[in-house]
Design a protein around this ligand. Structure first.
Ligand code: PLP
Length: 389
């Protein structure tokens, strides 16, 4: 064989039977083949085989099955980002003439997807508060209402919706429930009768802020209903990134626990400061969502939001004065982050809607990392001192 041919057909190194890699290999191949066309058409190949990575890939599949198990469901589709996962459920489940229920407390891009883009496809929406159970029941009872998209707790204001109540109402009115469970994580909320879970795996699953991905999780027949669109749409997770997600998941429980412990320390410390007028963290006993969150979740996550006794300029000065908290979007990575909430997450809302969402000029969101809590508290204290004296 000429070397020009050899480089495109290198000798394969096959492992001996029983000689296994301890860490799963990354299947970078886009294409998969069989010895014969007939083999590729067998029932086994159809059920468990691989053809083309836009449809499925062994590395990505391993991640999908692991994430589904953590979320107490049996199937999943991994996507290139959290928003791709949201869009897969919306496009996969809705058609023109349908209505979606969304919440004023939702993550801004989720709200934007439903309010700005879905109407172009003939899908209308009703926007309520997650606490308005009467309004939710009325909206669910409308004939055209097909789906509800919500978060628990919500990003950025950490409001805790009543999952048992909302899922019961949805069942009664035949409304599909899609929970964006990014904040609570893969280990929470699995026991509720939710039809689809969506996660941004960019956050706690990956955990290191160096890879983007998303996932839709549900029972097999629900995932099967949206799989053809996923393959056709092509917003798939690259197998190299799936590997990073799977590696991140090995330390997922350790990290989530530490994020939660650090967030609890900071929330309690902030609640005792005169410069802070209100703290939103479901782990705080004084938080309005605490009792519900204790029933629904095993721990409360790494995001703490609070209001300063300050105007916008002093709030931004406080954020700029922080040294260990980096000013940027995102959450769930090892390092602590800070965001001016109105600027980053509230600009699509009218002034009245911002008030309903409890977002003000002095609202600050911490995405607490896994550093030592003492250093984080010391950093916040020096920033407060710098601005408030
Ligand atoms: C609650 C929530 N849902 C969805 C997303 C979107 O995820 P991604 O940035 O991976 O598209 C985010 C990102 O911050 C989020 O916080």
């Amino acid at each position: 064989m000429k070397k020009q041919t050899r480089v495109t057909h290198p000798k394969e190194v096959k492992l001996l039977d029983g000689n296994d890699a301890v860490v799963s290999p990354v299947y970078r191949s886009v294409k998969f083949t069989y010895p014969t066309i007939a083999d590729s058409l067998s029932a086994d190949a159809k059920e468990h085989g691989f053809d083309y990575t836009r449809d499925s890939n062994p590395t990505t599949r391993e991640l999908e099955l692991l994430a589904a198990e953590l979320q107490d469901r049996d199937d999943a589709i991994a996507t290139g980002s959290g928003m791709a996962a949201i869009w897969l459920t919306l496009l996969g489940l809705l058609e023109a003439g349908d209505r979606v229920v969304i919440f004023v407390e939702s993550y801004r891009p989720n709200r934007v997807a439903v309010r700005r883009f879905l109407p172009k496809l003939g899908v209308q929406f009703t926007m309520l508060s997650v606490h308005d159970l009467d309004g939710i029941e009325q909206a669910f009872a409308q004939d055209d209402t097909k789906l509800v998209l919500f978060e628990a707790p919500t990003n950025p204001m950490l409001q805790v919706p009543d999952l048992a109540a909302i899922t019961a109402l949805a069942k009664r009115h035949d409304v599909i429930t899609v929970l964006d469970n990014t904040f609570a994580g893969l280990h929470n909320h699995g026991r509720y009768e939710l039809d689809y879970f969506v996660h941004s795996m960019t956050k706690y699953a990956n955990g290191h802020g160096d890879a983007m991905g998303g996932i839709v999780i549900g029972e097999k027949q629900r995932i099967r209903a949206i799989k053809p669109l996923a393959t056709n749409m092509g917003a798939v997770l690259d197998p190299g990134v799936a590997y990073l997600m799977a590696r991140g998941l090995k330390t997922y429980y350790l990290r989530y626990e530490r994020h939660s412990e650090n967030a609890q320390v900071l929330a309690e410390w902030l609640a005792g400061r005169k410069e802070v007028t209100r703290v939103f963290y479901p782990g705080l006993k004084s938080d309005l969502g605490h009792a519900l969150a204790r029933q629904q979740m095993t721990d409360f996550g790494g995001v703490v939001t609070f209001d300063l006794d300050a105007d916008k300029d002093r709030t931004w000065a406080f954020i700029d004065a922080l040294e260990l908290f980096t000013t940027t979007a995102s959450l769930g990575s090892t390092e602590s982050l800070v965001a001016p909430v109105k600027l980053y997450l509230g600009t699509d809302l009218s002034a009245e809607e911002q008030t309903r969402a409890q977002i003000g000029d002095s609202t600050v969101r911490f995405a607490v990392g896994i550093e030592h809590a003492d250093d984080l508290v010391a950093d916040v204290e020096q920033a407060l001192r710098k601005v408030f004296g």
